[in-house]
Design a protein around this ligand. Structure first.
Ligand code: HPA
Length: 261
């Protein structure tokens, strides 16, 4: 079983895995954010990629999402867990709250290369359920076992960034049904679907979204909250990776079967 992990802000390596080696993975779309680290955990192959680069030098709007997903695809990865920092739009969610979203609104459309199907056959992949239900179930079950009160579901709205939002934008996003705001789930999730790879997000709330509590938001509070959550996240990921069943009970792997014109 080959599992991909994409680390977000503050997550630049995966501790506690064995016999790691770096693999440089070139793709038709260029180089991914960093060399992929291949590790082993109880017979499973884990491939880790820090989304913003090893030293956090790539801003969200400049990430080569196609290269990242393509690299995983070429390595034979069939499931991707995507870790991301988000602003919370529910006032009760304190920094460190884990949200497992089930829906996405994309505010980056047109601003980032977002498909593998620019040329050749016209493909319209189904994205009604952007996240793999089987993976979400495993994440939530393991969170419960570990005593984590992870939030089951929510809509992730993806902005282009790199600036944070205005208070009015957050009010608008709340009004259209979003629950967390981040800058990286899209086009990552859609590309994973086009590559027929299962994909699930593990979002860490690092701050109340703009205008909800503090007068100002800082990037340092985002990184600090991610660092504070890192040990809980590591334990949760380990449990998830060990609990994953090799059999696929979802349809993500056949996403292209009825997508072509
Ligand atoms: N907005 C957008 N992206 C984010 C935020 C936010 O408030 N916090 C962490 N990533």
């Amino acid at each position: 079983m080959k599992i991909g992990l994409i680390g977000g802000s503050g997550v630049y390596q995966m501790d506690g895995l064995n016999t790691c080696e770096e693999i440089s993975a070139d793709t038709p779309y260029g180089e991914p954010s960093a060399p992929v680290t291949r590790c082993e955990l109880d017979g499973r192959e884990i491939f880790f990629l820090p989304r913003h680069g090893k030293k956090h030098t790539i801003p969200p709007h400049k990430i080569n999402y196609r290269a990242n997903i393509s690299a995983f695809r070429r390595l034979g990865v069939t499931r991707i867990f995507s870790i991301g920092a988000v602003g919370g739009m529910n006032e009760n969610w304190t920094p460190g709250t884990i949200v497992i979203p089930n829906q996405i609104i994309d505010m980056t459309q047109g601003a980032r290369p977002g498909t593998f199907f620019d040329e050749g056959r016209v493909m319209h992949v189904d994205f009604s359920q952007p996240y793999c239900m089987q993976m979400r179930t495993v994440i939530l079950a393991q969170a419960t076992i570990l005593g984590e009160e992870a939030v089951d579901g929510g809509t992730y709205i993806c902005t282009n960034g790199p600036r944070l939002e205005s208070a009015a934008e957050i009010q608008f996003y709340q009004a259209i049904g979003a629950h967390v705001v981040g800058m990286t789930a899209m086009p990552e999730a859609a590309l994973a679907r086009e590559a027929e790879i299962c994909y699930a997000g593990i979002c860490i709330v690092t701050n109340p979204a703009a205008g909800l509590k503090n007068e100002h938001l800082t990037a340092t509070e985002v990184i600090a909250a991610m660092n504070d959550a890192s040990e809980r996240l590591r334990l949760l990921l380990r449990a998830i990776l060990l609990a994953l069943h090799p059999e696929h009970l979802c349809t993500c792997g056949n996403a292209l079967s009825k997508a072509g014109i």
